[in-house]
Structure formats: structure tokens, C-alpha cells
Design a protein around this ligand. Sequence first.
Ligand code: GDP
Length: 322
Amino acid sequence: MATARRDVDVADLVSRARDGSARAVARLISLVENDSPALREVAAALAPHGGNAQIVGLTGSPGVGKSTSTSAYVTALRSAGKRVGVLAVDPSSPFSGGALLGDRVRMQDHATDDGVFIRSMASRGQLGGLSAAVPQALRVLDAAGCDVVLVETVGVGQAEVEIASLADTTLLVLAPGFGDGIQAAKAGIIEIADIFVVNKADRDGADQVVRDLRYMQSLGGRHSAAGAWRPPIVKTVAARAEGVDDVVAAVEKHRGWLAEHGEQERRRTARAAAEIEAIALGTVRRRLGNVHGSSDLDAAAAQVVSGETDPYTAAEHLVAAL
Ligand code: GDP
């Protein structure tokens, strides 16, 4: 551990990341992703430098055009002078790092732009999985001065709902021909979307997707309460960058709404609470296994099996002894 620490000058990395060094940003994300011994030091060094970036999640089924859209948004945000981070998250992939980006995000246009940080992350490795690593990577990009961080996730499912909950603003990207409206409704993702993007508006069926969404919105849900944000539906042809400015404007409008209603603060506090809880639970789990010795757990299990005690009493004793 001491050796590993000596290799990393965390303060220097953070200072270079804040100056816009892409290498320092990449190195810091690797550290948090791999659950490095320097993780805590990195987290502590980043803590005073966050809270500026708007985290924008993009989710939707594979093939609807998320990567194409992400790339088009980056172009639009860059021409508005924003510094942008992109995190491509694939909960189903065992691979992380830079290599996959060519596949996942159509980012060639931005590869040489020093105002854009791009990174892909997968479920490999770290304790607690993606849900633990993604918030830390977001903190790195935030500290590096990104005005907006786009988090692109693959698929529509529970993992995506979880990751979408990390965002200030969640975009659900749909396209004609995917049966997406129904899938999304099933996965509960309609409820978490702040903006609906109906991409491939050059294709037949796009208007039907819009009508389906309007119908689903008319059925109520959290967005129907008085004063609630009513998610706009924006049509795009990402492949030709059409409608992209409307999406960027909707994202900006949502940022304003969040700030005005104290919702930004509420979301960020809820996220921090979930993060702390996950870390605390991970610590408890590790201690039950390691510090305490799994023999204590085994012994308690044997007592429960033999009927000497019940699982609630046994658990209480273990926790009390932590
Ligand atoms: P992802 O899997 O959701 O990231 O989708 P991609 O961005 O990889 O896009 C899937 C396919 O749809 C690619 O062949 C894109 O070129 C194409 N595509 C993306 N946007 C549009 C669009 O607006 N119209 C049409 N017709 N095709 C698009």
C-alpha cells in the first residue's frame, strides 16, 4: 500500500486536472475506477472542487442513436464555449478504458479537442461495481472544470435507472422501430426522464413515437403534479445534427428549473446520501468478512442452524461487535 501511494502524487494530479490536463483526468479516473489505495486521498483532494458541472444522463436502447447524439451535443456545447466531459457507461461489458470508445461513442471528431474529456467505463473490477465508480469519475470530471458531463449508458433496464439517478438531467433517447415507449414504461424509465428525445425523426414512425409519449404523459405520474417539470419531447436527426440545439436548449431550461425549485440541491443531497450509504454498507460487509473473521459469521450461522439462536439476534450481536 505504501509503495502504491508513493507512485501517485495525488495533489499534483488534481492540480494538473484542474488546469485541464487530459492525462491527469484519465489517471485520476483510473485510480477511482480500480479501487486504488489512493482512492480516499483522491476523493478528499477532489471534494472542495466540485458542484459546478451539470450531469446529463443519456439512456435508451442500443441503436436509437445515443452515440451519434452524444457526439452532436458535444459539438453544440463546444461551440457554446463549454468544457465537456463524456462518460460512456456499459454495465454489461467487462471492458473499461479508452479502447472501446471508438465503438461506443462516435467521438473521432472530438479526439483532438482539449476542451473535451472522454472516457468509457464498464462493470469490471471495483467493489460495489459501476454504481460506486461512476460517481467518483463524475467528481473527477467536475473538478476538471467541465461545465457539462454527458453520461451515456447502454440499454434500458435497472442498471440504467440506477445510473440515470446520478444525473441532474436525464435524457431518454427513443427512435421509431424499437418498441421503446413500451419497454421504457415497463422499466419505469419514463418516470425518470426529464427530456424525451425522439431521434431518427427522418424515419417513418417518429410522429407515432411522439404521440405514444404524449399519451403516456397524459396518464399522469410524478410529472403531473402542480409546478412539476413537464418533460419536453424533442425530435432530432442526430446523424445530421438537426434538432440538437433544441435539445441543448431544453437541457439548459431544465438546469434553470432545477435551480429555481431547489431541486438541484435536493437531487445532489439525495445522491450524496446514497453514495455514503453504499460506502458505509461496503465497509460493514468487509468488516463482517475480514476484520471480524468469517469464523464469527460461520459460528453464528451454525448457532442459527442448530436452533440455539435466531438470525436477528445473531445479526445484532455481530453488528454490535463491529
Ligand atoms: P446507439 O447504439 O444508441 O449509441 O446508436 P448509434 O449512435 O450507434 O446509432 C445507431 C445507428 O443509427 C447508426 O448507424 C447511426 O448512423 C444511425 N443514426 C443515428 N442517428 C440517426 C438519425 O437521426 N437518423 C437515421 N436515419 N439514422 C441515425
